[in-house]
Design a protein around this ligand. Structure first.
Ligand code: KG4
Ligand code: ZN
Length: 411
């Protein structure tokens, strides 16, 4: 669906040459360059991109394997790993790009929302970096970056609907501009990725030979392929709430109870792999997909009723780590086909956290001259930060009934 941006790296040698010129003409002609830095959760990412979205150099250190071993993200461990890796990751991205710090136009860094201790490391490093090199600083909202990544890969005009689903977030919003969002719905408890990670942990999937290095969501997707969702009865959450909010904690409790009963039936202890793992994975994945699809369907109908979507090309963008799940994508495809929307999902590499999406958000802000600070200004990180104007109550009051749509998806 997307053309690879790596194909335009041919411009690099020409571009390097231009930086030996210092005339005002050269400065005005050649693309602006942004270094993006991401440390909001458990990935230390950095990338240098130009204003067309060409990725000149990137580097990513994932903490996933360490957190899999400890059974979840321990914030102090995440902080220490960011501290140990950030300088190397940034240096690698710069070296691979062939761009020196002095050649950068600006530095963009995630400052909200996320784990306080993780955000702190990225912000501290970036503050020192921009002061040292006297560069403008662009503080980035992590969810805004997820929402805008698609525009780096292909032209997508505002307004568009966006579903962001990850380990830390679940939200539906209307993107009207680079920093102009209407929040239609969000999770009332945990995020879908968190639920999948916790179910995977309760099932001890890291002991499964095929899943030991996979995230919970990836492991559930893999095992679900050989499972029968009909064998495990699960109720889709919030069936009587006619809004666009999400809830996954109740689903997790349902699954936990089923696992406990199955362990009793099979006469095994917690920590031993159940024989019906695949069926539980299939049913959990299907219920998460159904819940996401139904809330998204309502958001589409709400936006249509209010004339909020583009009339010529109404679009749904889906991003965040959970958006790399193919079963969930298929469920959302059924909904967008039913409602006449165009569905766009960035490739998995751009759905999960990375420095590129932060750099691109920096480019978008640079182009519009929004939120660019001087290196002197003090910036604080914000662990909790809503995206845009919250109209979730208005959506609730509209109480739109969603017609039943069968999600016939083969694993
Ligand atoms: O966006 P992300 O990299 O980090 C944040 O949480 O911000 O998302 C990570 C989450 C994890 O919970 C992981 O289990 C989930 O995305 N995930 C998936 C898949 N790949 C990653 N969930 C379902 N299916 C997948 N294929
Ligand atoms: Zn994320």
């Amino acid at each position: 669906m997307f053309t690879s941006k790596t194909t335009i790296l041919w411009r690099l040698p020409q571009f390097r040459h231009t930086f030996s010129c210092t005339s005002a003409f050269a400065k005005a002609t050649w693309p602006r360059l942004v270094l993006g830095i991401e440390t909001s959760c458990d990935d230390t990412g950095a990338a240098v991109i130009d204003e067309t979205g060409a990725i000149l150099g990137e580097s990513l250190h994932s903490q996933k394997e360490i957190h899999l071993r400890t059974g979840g993200i321990i914030p102090t461990v995440a902080q220490q790993l960011h501290r140990e890796n950030i300088a190397r990751v940034v240096q690698e991205a710069l070296e691979r790009s062939g761009v020196t710090p002095m050649q950068l136009t600006a530095v963009a860094t995630t400052v909200k929302p996320g784990l306080a201790l993780s955000l702190g490391i990225g912000l501290e490093f970036s503050s020192n970096f921009v002061r040292h090199h006297s560069k403008p600083f662009i503080p980035i909202h992590h969810m805004e970056a997820h929402a805008l990544t698609v525009r780096m890969l292909q032209p997508v005009v505002f307004p568009f609907l966006v579903l962001l689903i990850s380990g830390g977030h679940s939200l539906l919003a209307l993107a009207r501009g680079i920093n102009d969002f209407l929040l239609l719905g969000q999770s009332l408890d945990e995020a879908p990725g968190d639920t999948l990670d916790k179910v995977a942990r309760r099932l001890s999937l890291k002991k499964h030979p095929l899943c030991s290095t996979l995230s919970g969501g990836q492991a559930i997707e893999l095992l679900a392929k050989d499972g029968d969702k009909k064998k495990i009865p699960l109720k889709t959450p919030m069936g009587r709430h006619f809004d666009c909010n999400f809830s996954f904690a109740g689903l997790r409790n349902q699954v936990t109870l089923i696992i406990e009963n199955k362990e009793k039936e099979e006469g095994i202890q917690q920590g031993t792999l159940l024989s019906c793992l695949n069926d539980i994975a299939a049913a959990t994945q299907h219920t998460v997909a159904s819940h996401l699809a139904r809330r998204t369907h309502r958001a589409i109908l709400f936006c249509k009723a209010r004339g909020l979507l583009s009339s010529c090309n109404p679009t749904l963008v889906v991003s965040g780590g959970v958006a790399s799940n193919m079963y969930i994508r298929k469920a959302l495809t059924i909904i967008t086909e039913e409602t006449g929307l165009h569905l766009l999902c960035p490739p998995a590499k751009f759905c999960t956290d990375n420095g590129v999406m932060i750099a691109w958000n920096g480019v978008e802000r640079l182009k519009e001259g929004k939120g660019i600070l001087s290196h002197h200004e003090d910036v604080r990180y914000e662990p909790k930060a809503p995206l845009g104007v919250d109209i979730t109550e208005e959506v609730k009051v509209a109480a739109i009934r969603v017609p039943s749509v069968k999600l016939r998806i083969s694993n």
